[in-house]
Write a new protein. Structure first.
Length: 471
C-alpha cells in the first residue's frame, strides 16, 4: 500500500514537475505555477511516445524521461514561483483522496470498476508490454518501482484526477470574462471558490467510471466517443460551477456541490473493487506454470485471460466461450461450470484453472490436480495418456456439481459399450464415476465393467465416464 499510494504518486509528480519546469524554461518562463505538473505530464507522454516510436525500449525510454526531468529544476533557476496556493494544493489533494477512498478504506492494494470497464485488462497488458499514450508515464514509473502493475493502477488514476483539478484551478483564475450582465463584468473568483470549482470538476470522471458508463464505450475505435462524453461532462461541470460560483451565492454553490457529490456517492455504492486475493492467486499461477499452456480458465474474466495469465504460453489462457461453453454460462458475471464445457474441446488444453466452489465439478479423468489455492485449483493433462476418454456424462445440473444420474441413461451408456458403439471393444471399456468432493479433498473414483452400469444408479456423482486403455 505504501509503494502504491505514496511512492508511486510522489515519483510521478516529481517527473511531471521536472519536465514542466523544463518546458517552462524552453517556452520563456511564462507558465502559471498550477500548470507546471500537468504540462510536465503531457511532456512525459510526448517524449516517451517519440522514444518508443524511434525504437527505444521501455527501460531506455524511462531513463531518458528521468534524465530530462532532472534537468528541469536546474533550467528554471532563478526560482520565480512563490509558495503554492493552499487552496489549489488542497483541491488537488481532495480529488486524490476522493479517487483513493474506496481502495484505501478496503485495506488492500486493489482497484475500482472491476467488471465494469473491460479495457482495464488491455490497458494493463499494454503498459506491461508495449505501452503508448496515457500508459507511458505509468510504464516509466513501473521501471523504477517494480511490483504488480495492477495494484498501481488506481493510484495512477487518482493522480490524473489531481492533475485535472490543477488545470481547472487555472481556468477558474483566467482573466476571461465568463459572465457578463449588460456592460458590467463579474468579479474574479476568490481562491476558496476556485478550489471548490477545481475539486468539483474531477467528480464527473469518478461518476463516469464507477457507474460503468465506460464499459460499452471504451472499446476499439469507439474510444474517442467515451473521451468525448467525459470531456463534455467535465466541461459542463466546470461551466456550471463557474456560473454558480460567480453568482456570489454561497447557498447556491453549496447546493450544487452537494448534488454533484451525492451523484458520486450513489455511483460509488457499487464501486466494484477487484478481488485482491483471487487475482493474486492468478498471478501466482501465472508465475508457477509459465510456458506450460495453452490453458483454459473455467470462469470468464478478461483480467485473467488478457493480463494475469498472460505468460501461460504457448497460446496463453482463454475463456470458456472459445471452448464451447453455452452463451448463457459464458456471460459475464455467470461463472461457467467445468461440466458445461465440451470435454473434447477441453482436452485441447494442457492446463485447467478451476474456481474452488461447491458448484464446480471435478474436471474429466485425464486431468490431475497439481496446485490448490484458496480460490483456484490448477489441473494438468498428463503428457502421456494411459487411457482414452470415450464419453463424458455430466451428472450435476445448474448450480450443483453433483447429482443422481438418470438410471436409464447410465444403463444406456453401458449398452452402447456392449454394442461396440463407443469406439472400443466392450471388454476394454470401463465406466468410471467420480464421487463428490468433501472440501478440498477429492472424492474417490469407482470403476465398473459396462455390463454392470446399473451399479452406478442411486448414488450422487460428479460425472460418469467411459474409458479404454490407450494405444
Amino acid at each position: 500500500m505504501l509503494l502504491a499510494w505514496v511512492v508511486l504518486p510522489l515519483l510521478l509528480l516529481a517527473i511531471c514537475a521536472g519536465l514542466g519546469l523544463l518546458v517552462d524554461a524552453i517556452g520563456g518562463r511564462r507558465l502559471p505555477g498550477a500548470l507546471i505538473a500537468p504540462v510536465g505530464f503531457a511532456a512525459a507522454i510526448l517524449l516517451a511516445q517519440l522514444a518508443t516510436l524511434a525504437g527505444a525500449g521501455v527501460p531506455l525510454t524511462a531513463a531518458l524521461v528521468i534524465l530530462l526531468a532532472g534537468v528541469g529544476p536546474a533550467s528554471s533557476l532563478p526560482w520565480r514561483f512563490g509558495r503554492p496556493d493552499p487552496w489549489a494544493v488542497g483541491a488537488a489533494l481532495a480529488v486524490f483522496a476522493l479517487f483513493a477512498a474506496p481502495v484505501v478504506l478496503s485495506g488492500e492494494p486493489t482497484f475500482a470498476a472491476y467488471g465494469k470497464a473491460d479495457d482495464i485488462a488491455g490497458w494493463l497488458a499494454s503498459a506491461d508490454g508495449d505501452p503508448n499514450g496515457l500508459a507511458l508515464p505509468f510504464a516509466v514509473a513501473q521501471q523504477f518501482l517494480g511490483g504488480e502493475a495492477a495494484w498501481h493502477f488506481q493510484p495512477y488514476v487518482a493522480l490524473l484526477g489531481a492533475l485535472l483539478s490543477l488545470c481547472v484551478w487555472q481556468i477558474a483564475a483566467s482573466d476571461i470574462d465568463h459572465t457578463r450582465v449588460g456592460s458590467k463584468s463579474a468579479a474574479p473568483l476568490d481562491p476558496r471558490s476556485r478550489g471548490l470549482v477545481a475539486f468539483l470538476a474531477a467528480v464527473p470522471a469518478l461518476i463516469f467510471g464507477y457507474a460503468g458508463l465506460a464499459s460499452p464505450l471504451v472499446l476499439g475505435a469507439r474510444v474517442w466517443l467515451a473521451l468525448a462524453i467525459l470531456a463534455a461532462l467535465t466541461a459542463v461541470t466546470v461551466a456550471l460551477s463557474l456560473w454558480v460560483a460567480r453568482s456570489q451565492s454561497p447557498a447556491a454553490l453549496s447546493a450544487f456541490a452537494a448534488a454533484l457529490l451525492g451523484c458520486a456517492v450513489l455511483a460509488s455504492a457499487n464501486v466494484g473493487l477487484a478481488p485482491y486475493g483471487s487475482l493474486s492467486e492468478l498471478r501466482q499461477v501465472n508465475e508457477r506454470f509459465a510456458g506450460e499452456g495453452p490453458a483454459l480458465i473455467v470462469e470468464p474474466d478478461p483480467l485473467a485471460t488478457r493480463y494475469f495469465l498472460r505468460d501461460l504460453a504457448p497460446g496463453g489462457a482463454v475463456d470458456p466461450e472459445e471452448a464451447g461453453v453455452p452463451p448463457s454460462a459464458a456471460a459475464r458475471g455467470e461463472p461457467a461450470e467445468a461440466d458445461q464445457i465440451d470435454y473434447r474441446a477441453m482436452l485441447e488444453y494442457s492446463l485447467l484453472i478451476v474456481p474452488r466452489s461447491p458448484e464446480q465439478s471435478r474436471p474429466p479423468l485425464p486431468y490431475r490436480r497439481v496446485w490448490l489455492g484458496e480460490d483456484y485449483e490448477v489441473w494438468r493433462l498428463p503428457a502421456t495418456a494411459t487411457f482414452r476418454l470415450l464419453f463424458h456424462y455430466p451428472v450435476g445440473g445448474p448450480g450443483a456439481a453433483t447429482g443422481l444420474p438418470n438410471c436409464s441413461e447410465t444403463v444406456g451408456l453401458g449398452l452402447l459399450g456392449l454394442a461396440n458403439q463407443l469406439g472400443a471393444p466392450p471388454e476394454d471399456i470401463s465406466l468410471v464415476a467420480a464421487a463428490p468432493r468433501r472440501g478440498a479433498r477429492l472424492g474417490p473414483t469407482i470403476a465398473v465393467p459396462v455390463d454392470r452400469a446399473s451399479d452406478l444408479c442411486g448414488r450422487h456423482w460428479d460425472w460418469i465416464e467411459a474409458i479404454s486403455p490407450a494405444g
